[in-house]
Design a protein around this ligand. Structure first.
Ligand code: GUN
Length: 282
């Protein structure tokens, strides 16, 4: 194995220390960071994510308020709660866990969150601000990936960056953040022809597809930085990424593991965004 491992677990712990210190200072000034997390329904994965978010907030000294609503919650009731949270000065960040039950319109719900409290960065104004190079909030996973890239010391100016997966939550904002740092960005999607030829050009390869081990060592440029956003559960219960770690780590210069890579960074950047929201509000 030749690649250096980028430990999300270690990087996240060090950023969370800084965040906790800043949270204590803000609290002493009467501005304890407050995050409201809204969960509608009983989706088991969402319950785990939300629990982890609330627990990370508490460990960092934030006020954290969890709102659980039943599966059959109406659009009006959910938007009503969001509006109440928008008006609450002790709440700086609002997160409505996705996916929502099918009868609810997640676009309308997200648009009802005040853009200044949209710590996920999913509101259409925040997507637009990111696109125009003046982000208010950076979506948490791509923001965490940028922090991991910083750790490697790679100069992104003029670097070839290839992002695989064009979702609103990861791929598209990731491409924008890389572009802002001067990278030449290729955003691949499920229709991309000859994915391998794109991958082989990449100095930075970010993979966010949700297909176990789809990127193999023969698709990676020697020395590249490989960031694996995927978390997949195999039939034997083990977790794996979208990148085949064993073969990729023979070729890459840097690589993120799964688990312990991008995962711990996402919640950390949620805390970071909440701190940024407090700082802008005072
Ligand atoms: N569901 C999966 N990832 C996310 C996320 O980052 N934010 C929210 N709100 N829901 C999600």
């Amino acid at each position: 194995m030749s690649a250096q491992i980028i430990s999300g677990t270690e990087l996240a712990a060090s950023i969370r220390e800084t965040i906790a210190t800043r949270a204590a200072e803000l609290t002493a000034q009467g501005h304890q960071p407050g995050l409201a997390v809204v969960l509608v329904g009983e989706d088991p994965a969402s319950q785990v994510y939300v629990r982890n978010k609330v627990s990370a907030c508490e460990k960092a000294g934030f006020k954290s308020v969890m709102h659980r609503m039943p599966e059959n919650t109406s659009q009006d009731a959910l938007v009503g709660l969001v509006e109440q949270l928008n008006a609450d000065p002790t709440i700086h960040g609002i997160l409505v866990q996705l996916p929502l039950p099918r009868h609810l319109d997640s676009h309308l719900v997200i648009e009802s969150i005040s853009a200044e409290k949209d710590v996920d960065g999913f509101h259409i104004s925040n997507a637009g601000l990111l696109m125009t190079g003046k982000p208010l909030f950076r979506p948490c996973t791509p923001y965490g990936v940028m922090k991991m890239l910083e750790l490697t010391g790679i100069d992104l100016r003029g670097a070839e960056a290839v992002v695989i997966g064009a979702s609103n939550i990861v791929g598209k904002p990731q491409a924008m953040l890389l572009l802002q740092q001067g990278a030449t960005v290729t955003l691949c999607n499920s229709k991309t022809k000859d994915l391998k030829s794109h991958c082989l050009r990449a100095d930075v390869l970010v993979v966010a597809v949700g297909r176990p081990n789809m990127i193999t060592g023969d698709m990676i440029k020697p020395g590249a930085v490989v960031i694996d956003v995927g978390i997949n559960r195999l039939p034997d219960g083990k977790l794996c990424g979208d990148v085949d770690f064993e073969s990729a780590s023979e070729v890459a210069g840097w690589i993120t593991p799964v688990p312990g890579g991008v995962g711990p960074m996402t919640i950390t950047m949620l805390l970071q965004n909440t701190i940024e929201a407090v700082e802008r509000s005072i």
